[in-house]
Each structure stands twice: as structure tokens, then as C-alpha cells.
Design a protein around this ligand. Structure first.
Ligand SMILES: Cc1cc2nc3c(=O)[nH]c(=O)nc-3n(C[C@H](O)[C@H](O)[C@H](O)COP(=O)(O)OP(=O)(O)OC[C@H]3O[C@@H](n4cnc5c(N)ncnc54)[C@H](O)[C@@H]3O)c2cc1C
Length: 438
């Protein structure tokens, strides 16, 4: 018999939430005092604020400023149980899941496990590129950039030196644009001071985008303005340009040209985290779970999916919703309301997305904002972007530290977090990590 995960037997109906990202966390918080037992399962014991990963990667923020320990949130909730674990398989017919800590049964299961990087099957790119889907990824990019500058110092051959200095970012969505802008500002304001022996004329920041415009989820005006800002910051942006292969220190474009770099960052695709055990008919484009307008996974019962992992297609959203935080948060709120309605014997309400607008920043005083019926750019959009992100961060302490870092960086142009700290892992722990990856 398989091991049963140790969670108190529920007197109340049990809701299991997989993932404590924007969607899972909002759902859990909206179920406080709802009369359900709520079990939250995540691979990590903290919530990650993904929109600011790029600032950790470029040494602008501490990783802890954008991560929030989950247990603090549930301290006063008696019927809430958090476990660090990974969902391995769902058994919808038995209303049971298998996790790394054992089996668990549920009355309602909510999958809010988000997405992962999509390399579209290109294993060479997967092997050589860096991704930005977790705080750990962002720390790895930061360490790699700093290490590469240290390595460049040991070369006199200009080509070899340039390969350590150059950066190639693939994907002109918000992640690629924001990262390119932040790296360009680092190149302009910080790196030449830290590394006066290096020739920064050799360093090129390339942003390659397969489509004909940047920020495809935003207005044409915003895309065009972002392009102008990046040119101003001396980023080499190439639209209609596809990266097709990579090897150690080299990136190959579809037109046959080769770019030398040891820093290839892939921000060009997302796919859903795969969920074993669900029928094939419940899975749609990029592995996303097909849901109806109540976020119920098609072809199942008492099983829901919210946030990036789900795909809700109807007349108003034939391609599903954008994979952004607001969609995840609003779906979570609607599902929580419906689960409460269920308990109270009331009817369920369909999910209707309210678009509050989109923002992206490129650098100091350079941002774009599309609000319903309005477009802003430059300083106004940048203030708006800063205020919205600051208000969205969980934890007063985190907000305060981020605000302080931003004010400091704004006036000094000199973020101070360029530390090469690498976690030391004991052999025994490393073996466990390897097992976890299998
Ligand atoms: C670099 C970057 C920048 C972004 N910038 C913006 C932005 O500016 N504005 C915006 O609106 N959106 C932005 N997004 C998108 C936004 O972050 C997502 O839309 C949002 O995080 C989706 O929330 P979610 O809860 O569905 O998934 P996530 O927030 O990804 O949460 C998923 C959770 O599930 C956990 N998990 C995954 N698999 C398992 C498993 N098998 N078992 C247990 N736990 C699991 C993960 O650890 C994670 O905590 C950005 C995303 C990235 C990567």
C-alpha cells in the first residue's frame, strides 16, 4: 500500500491547491474562514514575484525581496495545511493525488501550477540557454554574468573577450524587453566602473524577436515606443529574427549568422507544467488544461485549473486569456466565490475577465502603459509601473526594501548587489536533489 501523506483527517470538505503562485495563493487567501479544510502544496516554501525576476538577475534587487515565506500567511488559519511537495500524478477517478510526500484524497482539487519555459523541442537551445522562471534561475543569471566578466579579464584575444561580455536575449515580450533594458543600463552605468580594464565597446546586447514587433500583448504604440527606448539604450534589437540553434559560446540565427556569447537567455516561450493522469482530451495548446467558464477541467469532476496552466476558450477569448498575473488572480477570486457558493447552496458564476491594462518598463523613466482607453509612456508610465509593482508585492518589509533599493538606484545609478554567492551543497543533500529531478 502506498504511503498516505500526513495531514489531519478533515472534518470539513477538503480542497487541495497545487501551487502557491499568483493564482493558488489568491485562492487560498480568499478561502480563509470558508469552512473548508485547505491543503496547499508547492515545490517551494515561498511565493515568488515573477515580474521582478529580471531585477534580481541584473543585481538590482535581493532575491529575498521578491520571495515571501508561505507559512507566515497561514499562521492563524487552523484548517490550512501547507506542505513542501511536488505533485506527481492525479487520479481523477479516485479523487486522489500522488505527491512526493505520499497520497492524498480530495473533495476538490485546484491545479494552479503555472508554466515553464518552452524551447519548442530544441534540445541544443535548452542545454545552452538560461531561463527566467524562478528566483533560482534569476540568481543563476546574475552569477553567470558576474562570472563571465571576471573570466573576460583573463583574455587578451578580443573575440574571446567579447563572447564573455556579449548577451543574447531571445523573445521580445515583457521579460526580454525589461531584461535587455536593465542590462543596457548596467553596461552604461555600472560595469565600466567595476571593470575599468575591460573594453566595453566590445560588448553588445542583442534582443532577437521572431515577430515583427515587440510586446505583442500590448498596443502597437507601446511596442514601437519600447523599440525606440531600447535603441536609445544601444540595444541591438532585431525583429523578424529567429534563433534556431545554440552551442557552447555560440548562437545561430535562421539567416545563417552566428553570434558569440556565453550568456544566452531564452524568454521566447511558455508551456504549462505537465500534469500526469489527466485524459488527453483535457489538454490543449502548449499543454494547457482546457477549462470551462467556471475553471472546471473539461471531462473531469471536482477538478479545477486556474492561472497560467489553464486555457479557457470561448467566443470572447478564442485563444484563451493572456498568461498574466491579473488573469490568475481574478480566476482565483471567482473560483473561491463559487466554492463558497457551493457550500451555501448557491449557484456558480462564470468567469469574466476585467482587463485593467498592461505595463512594461525599459529603464530609468522609460516605460509604456496601456490602460483601458489610454496610453502613456516615458516618466508617467514609469511611475505607474513602479507604483503598481510595489503595491503588488506581498509583505510590508519586502515593499519597504524594494522601494529603498529603487530610490537608491534611481539617484546613485549604482545597485550594490553584485555579489557572487553560490550555495554550498552537502553531498547527501545533492544526492536528494538529484533524486528529486528524476
Ligand atoms: C520573468 C517573468 C516576468 C513576468 N512579468 C509579468 C508582468 O510584468 N505582469 C504580469 O501580469 N505577468 C507577468 N508574468 C506572468 C505572471 O508571472 C504569471 O502570469 C503568473 O505568475 C501566473 O500565476 P500562476 O499562479 O498561474 O503560476 P505561478 O505564479 O507560476 O505559480 C505556480 C506555482 O506552482 C508551483 N508548482 C509548479 N509545479 C508544481 C508541482 N508539480 N507541484 C507542486 N507545486 C508546483 C510553483 O512552485 C509555483 O509556486 C511574468 C512571468 C515571468 C516568468
Amino acid at each position: 500500500m502506498n504511503k498516505i501523506a500526513h495531514i489531519p483527517t478533515p472534518v470539513y470538505k477538503r480542497i487541495i491547491i497545487i501551487g502557491a503562485g499568483f493564482a493558488g495563493l489568491k485562492l487560498a487567501k480568499s478561502l480563509f474562514n470558508s469552512g473548508y479544510q485547505v491543503v496547499i502544496i508547492d515545490k517551494n516554501n515561498y511565493h515568488q514575484f515573477q515580474p521582478l525576476f529580471y531585477q534580481v538577475a541584473t543585481a538590482g534587487l535581493e532575491p529575498s525581496a521578491i520571495s515571501f515565506p508561505l507559512r507566515i500567511l497561514f499562521q492563524k488559519q487552523e484548517r490550512f495545511h501547507f506542505r513542501i511537495a511536488k505533485l506527481l500524478e492525479i487520479h481523477p477517478e479516485k479523487k486522489e493525488i500522488t505527491t512526493t510526500i505520499g497520497e492524498l484524497n480530495y473533495d476538490y482539487l485546484v491545479i494552479a501550477a503555472g508554466g515553464t519555459t518552452n524551447f519548442f523541442g530544441n534540445i541544443n537551445i535548452e542545454k545552452h540557454a538560461f531561463t527566467m522562471k524562478s528566483v533560482s534561475d534569476a540568481i543563476l543569471i546574475r552569477n553567470t554574468i558576474l562570472e563571465n566578466y571576471e573570466k573576460a579579464l583573463n583574455h587578451t584575444n578580443q573575440e574571446k573577450m567579447a563572447a564573455y561580455l556579449n548577451m543574447v536575449i531571445v523573445g521580445g515580450g515583457p521579460t526580454g524587453v525589461e531584461l535587455a533594458g536593465a542590462l543596457a543600463e548596467m553596461k552604461k552605468n555600472i560595469l565600466p566602473k567595476d571593470y575599468p580594464e575591460l573594453d566595453f565597446n566590445l560588448m553588445k546586447i542583442h534582443l532577437f524577436e521572431a515577430a515583427g514587433n515587440l510586446l505583442s500583448g500590448m498596443s502597437e504604440k507601446s511596442g514601437a515606443r519600447a523599440l525606440e527606448y531600447l535603441h536609445r539604450l544601444d540595444v541591438d534589437v532585431k525583429l523578424n529574427t529567429q534563433v534556431v540553434d545554440a552551442s557552447k559560446g555560440e548562437v545561430l540565427l535562421k539567416d545563417g549568422s552566428v553570434h558569440r556569447t556565453h550568456t544566452l537567455i531564452w524568454a521566447a516561450g511558455v508551456k504549462a507544467n505537465s500534469m500526469k493522469g489527466l485524459p488527453g482530451s483535457s489538454i490543449g495548446y502548449a499543454g494547457r488544461l482546457l477549462v470551462d467558464e467556471f475553471n472546471k477541467v473539461l471531462g473531469t469532476s471536482d477538478l479545477f485549473a486556474i492561472g497560467d496552466i489553464c486555457l479557457m476558450q470561448n467566443e470572447t477569448t478564442p485563444k484563451g486569456h493572456a498568461q498574466v498575473a491579473q488573469v490568475a488572480i481574478q480566476q482565483a477570486k471567482n473560483l473561491a466565490k463559487n466554492l463558497r457558493n457551493e457550500k451555501a447552496g448557491q449557484s456558480w458564476q462564470k468567469f469574466v475577465y476585467k482587463d485593467k491594462g498592461s505595463l512594461a518598463t525599459v529603464g530609468h523613466n522609460l516605460a509604456v502603459a496601456d490602460l483601458p482607453g489610454m496610453h502613456f509612456n516615458g516618466f508617467v508610465a514609469w511611475v505607474l509601473w513602479s507604483a503598481v509593482h510595489l503595491m503588488s508585492i506581498i509583505g510590508v518589509k519586502n515593499r519597504f526594501f524594494i522601494m529603498w533599493d529603487w530610490i537608491w538606484n534611481y539617484f546613485s545609478y549604482n545597485q550594490t548587489l553584485r555579489l557572487l554567492i553560490k550555495p554550498k551543497i552537502k553531498k547527501e543533500q545533492d544526492d536528494l536533489n538529484q533524486l528529486d529531478k528524476q
